[in-house]
Every structure is written in C-alpha cells, then in structure tokens.
Write a new protein. Structure first.
Length: 476
C-alpha cells in the first residue's frame, strides 16, 4: 500500500472501542431506556455501505434505531455531493429539524459524507445551521465513537474534516440493512478526475483493501447466508493497482468465484478506460459472477468525452460492449450513465449520444442533466445552453430509452431465469420481486418465505422496465 495511504492501526481501533464503551456508559445514565438513532443516507451504494458501518458502531455504543427523526436522540445525515438536487434535499431536511432541536436540546444532530468534505459546505453549515452539533468527513468514519462521545460531553460544536488522501480501516462492526444481499467495498477513492465530478476531491485517492481482508469478509457473508454480494468501488477496474504484489480486479473476481457456496457476485462501478477484455472474459467464464455490466459512457461524442476528461473514445466504448455481447450473448445486460447538457455541448453532439444509445441497446439508463460542482473544472466552463433546452434533450433521450427498454424486455418472453428473490413486489400485495443474473426485475406471485432464495422463474409478460413471471420450480 502506498505510503501516503494510511491503514488504521489495531491500536487506533482499540482506542475507538474504548470510546464506544464510554458512550454506552454515558447514554445508559442519561436516558431511561435505549436511545434511538436515525441514520439518513443519500447518494450511492458506497454511502449506503458507509451508513451500515456507522450503524454498526452505533449499535455497539448502545443505540437502537428508528426511521422517525422525531423519535431519535441522535440523527445522522450521510450526504452526497454528486448533484445539486441531493445537496438541496439535505439542507431542507436539516433545516426542518430546527424546532425539534429547540424543543429537545439533548438531541445530537450530525452531518457526514461527501458534502461535508467540501469546505464551502462546511462553512455554510457552521454559519447557517447553528443547531447542528457534529460535522465529520469521509476519512474519519472509523472515529464515530470518539466523535459521538465528544458531541455528547462538550458544549462546543465538533467539526472533524481532515484534508488527507484517505484511509483504510478494517474490523469496523457492520449493521446491514438486508440479511440476504450485501454491499462489500473493495476499494475507496478515485484517481480519474473527470472534469464534472467532485468525488476525487471528497473521497481521496484510490486505495484498495488487501485481498485477504476482502476474501475474509466475503467468506463471512456467505457463511452468514448472504446470497447476493455486490463489490463496491468508485472504479472497481482499478482495484489492486496500489497493492504489492499487484492483484487485478479480474483475479479478485476469480478468487471469490471459486469459494464454496451458492451465491451471486455483482460489482459496480466500472470505468470504460480501465475496463479490459480480461474482465469481460472473467465475467463470461465465472458462473457466480453476474452477467450485468454497468459501464457509464456519459456522452456519445468524442469532443465532449475529451472535455469531460473521460480518457476513452466512442469507438473504444463500443468495442468493449461488442466484445461483451460476443462472449455473453443474450445473457448480458448493459446499463449505463449519461450526462445531458455538459457545458458547451451542442444539440448535434447530443445526437451522437442518442445514436450510441440506439446502438448499445441498454436495458436501462441512469440519466442526469449536468449539475455544476464547485471546485471542478467543468464548473468554470462556458455553458450557454439554457436548462429548459437541456430538459427537452432529456425528454428525447428518455423517450428513446423507454422504447429500447420495452424492446429488450420483449425478447425475454417465455424464457426461464434463475433469479434471486430480494423482496416484495410492486404489482400487488401478493407479488414478490426477483432479479435475474443480468439484473432484470421479474415480479411473480409467491410466498414471502421465498425472499432471500434463488428460484427459477418463467417470464409471462414483459413490460417496459419490469417483467411479470411465474414460479417454475424451487431451488434450495
């Protein structure tokens, strides 16, 4: 591991365990019953994984949990900085707690996550939200016990926002939101510096967890009955570049695939510049690795891609998609991200994105109108196209993808898939929702006891973004 990436020592973690016990003793004296904590999460799966670790530490401190903020003695907002809309939601929801805090001064309100790692956001919280007790950044999540103890015992507000390249902390307790599917971070940070993206500035440099630590946690999840495990990283394709000896992401997938047990491996997110034929071959050859490739292309125009600092071309992206289709055929499901209206983008250039969407035929897309992020190069670029015009482009894109999604779903009528049943469906009270190997959703009538198992389901009616099906036969 590079010298500038710090791995938190066992001694430092032991110190946090002491603080955890101190908080436990403090709140047991302060409150008549078990105090409740409410952890509100915004943003990506990495934030969800961070919140699960925060809740694991809170549980060890003696807190229970509630989703009702007005029942909680501790409220933590784990924030996202990727788009302005997410930031606005945070400010609005925190502001709504002002009167609750005035009526209940013993309540601790805390903010953490990517938003807080930006100095102008931290300054705004300090000046405009004086009732917020604790603010901490992405690099000190492992210090939650110490930070909570300090917030409980000091009248002074606590701001813990170190400007570092990032850390790795192993052995933090985790309270997972689901008992059959799990998020497993394998690396943190990003080195790509796409011109529109704030993530490298708030998450730090790329740093990979040691292979043995990843494998140990994966094995534990399998032993505990988790059936669908998603490997997480801002760019999983970069995994292992900082390890010695070096281990590639493809090698890690093969190691995990060879472990005993009935499980499915997913991963996200992949960057096209680092996506290799080796990775695609690994997906095709490993029976437990899902045939779903989420490969964001953001734009179909080479000039815009260069302005975005994406480091690949339309041709390179298409070559990867075509190779994946060649090896995995109909089993492959493709999803992607698109930014509409990047600064300086013309309608003609946007039409290149439309043509690429038509060519790759993704099952679904995650689409966003460009949102400027303070501190990124794109925020300083000329942006002459009004938001209303970009909204028209977005509607055109959504209409195209809706047609394509419907066509792609229709191809599966009558097919039978091995699916992971992950929860209740939305088509009716007696419907369950299941996910195919290719990440397609099938809803079917079934007993809730099937949740958390793999089942064979036959598609009876493909819709646009979901399919209806029927249970064919049970599997253990």
């Amino acid at each position: 591991m590079p010298a500038d990436i710090k791995k938190i020592s066992k001694e430092e973690l032991a110190e946090q365990n002491k603080y955890s016990q101190m908080v436990n003793e403090l709140i047991s004296k302060r409150y008549s019953g078990k105090p409740l904590a409410c952890v509100v999460t915004y943003g990506c799966q990495q934030n969800i994984a961070d919140s699960e670790r925060i809740k694991g530490m809170l549980e060890a401190m003696g807190y229970g949990f509630t989703e009702d903020r007005l029942e909680a003695k501790l409220i933590i907002f784990n924030t996202c900085a990727v788009r302005e809309h997410a930031e606005d939601r945070v400010f609005g929801n925190v502001g709504a707690l002002k009167s609750y805090k005035l009526d209940n001064p013993d309540v601790v309100i805390a903010l953490c996550g990517c938003m807080m790692q930006q100095q102008h956001i931290a300054d705004k919280i300090k000046q405009s939200f004086p009732f917020v007790d604790l603010v901490f950044g992405t690099h000190v999540v492992y210090k939650v016990p110490q930070l909570i103890y300090t917030a409980l015992t000091r009248k002074k507000r606590v701001f813990e926002l170190p400007d570092v390249d990032g850390v790795i902390a192993e052995g933090i307790p985790v309270k997972r939101d689901n008992d059959k599917k799990a998020w497993l971070p394998i690396m943190y940070g990003c080195n790509n510096f796409c011109s529109y993206c704030i993530v490298p500035y708030v998450r730090g440099r790329e740093r990979s967890r040691e292979v043995n630590d990843v494998v140990a946690e994966f094995k534990q999840l399998v032993d505990e009955g988790y059936r669908e495990i998603t490997l997480l990283g801002q760019n999983v394709n970069s995994y292992g570049k900082d390890l010695e000896p070096r281990v590639s992401f493809s090698q890690l997938l093969r190691i995990l695939n060879d472990l005993e047990g009935d499980f499915r491996i997913r991963f996200m997110t992949s960057h096209p510049k680092d996506c290799t034929k080796e990775l695609i071959e690994t997906m095709a050859q490993c029976d437990k690795v899902a045939t779903h490739l989420h490969l964001p292309f953001q734009s179909g125009n080479d000039r815009v891609l260069k302005a975005m600092n994406r480091s690949y071309t339309r041709e390179k992206y298409l070559s990867l998609i075509n190779y994946a289709k060649e090896l995995m055929g109909d089993e492959l499901s493709i999803t992607s991200d698109i930014i509409v209206g990047f600064p300086g983008e013309t309608y003609e250039e946007f039409c290149d994105t439309l043509s690429l969407v038509e060519e790759i035929k993704a099952t679904s897309l995650f689409t966003f109108i460009y949102s400027p992020r303070v501190g990124t190069p794109a925020a300083e670029m000329d942006d002459p196209v009004p938001y209303e015009e970009k909204s028209k482009w977005m509607r055109e894109l959504l209409a195209l993808q809706e047609r394509i999604s419907g066509e792609q779903m229709a191809l599966h009528r009558g097919k039978t898939f091995k699916c992971f049943v992950y929860g209740k469906g939305k088509q009716g009270d007696n419907y369950l929702a299941a996910r195919t190997d290719g990440n397609l959703i099938i809803e079917f009538v079934g007993d809730e006891r099937l949740i958390g198992s793999f089942q064979k389901i036959k598609v009876t009616e493909p819709l646009t973004y979901v399919m209806l099906g029927e249970l064919e036969r049970k599997e253990k």
